[in-house]
Design a protein around this ligand. Structure first.
Ligand code: F6P
Length: 463
């Protein structure tokens, strides 16, 4: 293999540039040219296939900065439709014309689903990234537990349901223990929880903090590091009576409560609290928004104004209970050391997988309780259920304690290997030196896009 392509797809995460960096460094060592395709799968739909040569003369271009969040080659939620075979053939011929013999897609479960039809046309591998930490398997047999249930109301007339697991859960057998971007998202969320606590404490208020993660509660689980009083995850339907009891108990004691909720939390009937907008992105992901607000309304209705008036802690429940979203700050900015280090290794592993002749494989981060973390390769087919679909990983139920509304002992054991020493001295030093640099006040922001634009090349238009 002389030349490979790399693209970054789906929502940005802090460690995508680190993955590109790792891939380019390995490609340099192996004397392989590497082209960055602009804006994810979008570049493949463009007859001119905008691209950047990332390592002319096997030297990485200076714009590659593993400490910078986002992706220097751009991303989109564009999706390859497996039924559009003609379009797929055209895409394959465009890549052939560019001399690209293998493709690395940096993405999550949507991207892995999306690259399946491409892998039938040229060697394609995935380097994972997602703050949601939902690309992976809690145990290798997990895809076999999904079943299709007829549902006339659902798209396609069916929906997927997961049957109870009979597998033995062991941290050593998790496929892809953590995805690059997850640690940084948890770092931002936990810091946000700590900061909001002081307002709740000072003003005797109840804060509900919504974190991302779609239907997966890994970010919410990790936010435990910020020491919220209650954590609600999408995998366990909420029980409002239990929550109100717990909130009152804590409020009586300390005059403030901090609740973290994953954006995908569901009620007793399994309905998402966060109003789902009708539109879904091209990869089929529905947008979730408003879980914290919905929870706030339920708390207001159930606790009532009188409760707060009796305590002389405000005039109304509406005043006392407030919500905040950590929002896109958990997805942006400088990746912390854990993410940078393993993202780079996974990028390098993706190059190696292509060179080893692997196709439709995923570079994974494996954990071993004696040896720590190591990267490996896993066939993408093993992520697929009987119908070929790749499901987003959900929080393994035993990692959460639904009585305590907090991580269980297993959950704590899961988190520790990732977060102990996840932040490097260089992360702190970087913050110290850059945030209040005098130049920030004088110099306008210089976007990486301006520099990368100058390097974009195109395939000659098709006749
Ligand atoms: O999948 C990553 C993610 O950040 C989710 O946690 C979140 O629901 C979604 O993307 C938000 O997407 P967007 O940035 O398109 O609003």
């Amino acid at each position: 293999m002389k030349r490979i392509g790399i693209l970054t797809a789906g929502g940005d995460t802090p460690a995508m540039n680190a993955t590109i960096h790792g891939a380019v460094i390995r490609a340099n060592q192996l004397r392989i040219e590497i082209f960055g395709l602009i804006k994810g799968f979008n570049s493949l739909f463009n007859p001119r296939v905008p691209h950047v040569h990332l390592n002319p003369l096997y030297q990485e271009i200076p714009e590659i900065d593993p400490t910078k969040g986002g992706t220097m080659i751009g991303s989109s939620r564009d999706y390859v439709d497996p039924d559009k075979t003609h379009e797929l053939d055209i895409i394959a011929s465009r890549l052939l014309k560019l001399g690209i013999e293998g493709l690395i897609c940096v993405g999550g479960d949507g991207t892995l689903n999306g690259l399946q039809p491409l892998a039938e046309r040229l060697p394609t591998v995935l380097a994972p990234k997602t703050i949601d930490n939902d690309l992976g398997l809690n145990y290798p047999g997990e895809p076999d537990e999904w079943v299709r249930v007829n549902d006339p109301g659902a798209t396609g007339g069916f929906r997927y349901e997961k049957r109870d697991s009979h597998a033995v859960f062991d941290l050593n057998y998790i496929v892809n223990y953590a995805t690059p971007g997850y640690a940084t998202a948890v770092f931002v969320s936990a810091s946000g929880v700590e900061r909001i606590r002081t307002t709740a404490e000072s003003h005797r208020r109840i804060a509900i903090i919504e974190v991302m993660g779609r239907h997966s509660g890994y970010i919410a689980l990790g936010s435990a590091y910020g020491r919220p009083d209650i954590i609600l995850v999408p995998e366990h339907p909420i029980d409002m009576e239990q929550i109100v009891d717990r909130v009152k108990h804590i409020y009586d004691l300390q005059k403030n409560v901090v609740i973290v909720c994953g954006e995908g939390i569901v009620d007793e009937k399994g309905t998402e609290l966060g109003a789902e907008t009708k539109s879904s992105d091209p990869a089929g992901n529905v947008a979730l928004s408003g879980a914290a607000e919905a929870l706030r309304h339920k708390l207001i209705a159930m606790m009532g104004d009188r409760y707060f008036q009796l305590y002389r802690r405000g005039n109304s429940a509406r005043e006392a209970i407030f919500t905040r979203k950590v929002g896109h700050t958990q997805r942006g900015g400088r990746p912390i050391q854990f993410d940078r280090f393993y993202a780079a290794q996974l990028g390098a592993k993706a190059v190696e997988l292509l060179l080893e002749g692997r196709n439709n494989a995923v570079a994974t981060l494996q954990y071993n309780s004696e040896k720590g973390f190591a990267v490996d390769g896993f066939d993408a087919g093993r992520f697929r259920d009987r119908w070929g679909h790749i499901h987003a990983r959900r929080l393994y139920p035993l990692l959460y304690d639904p009585k305590l509304l907090k991580p269980s002992q297993r959950g704590i054991e899961y988190l520790l290997p990732i977060f102990t020493d996840a932040i490097g001295d260089n992360d702190l030093e970087h913050l110290r030196r850059t945030i209040f640099a005098a130049g920030n006040l004088v110099q306008p922001y210089h976007s990486i896009n301006t520099d990368v634009n100058k390097r974009i090349r195109y395939l000659k238009a098709e006749q």
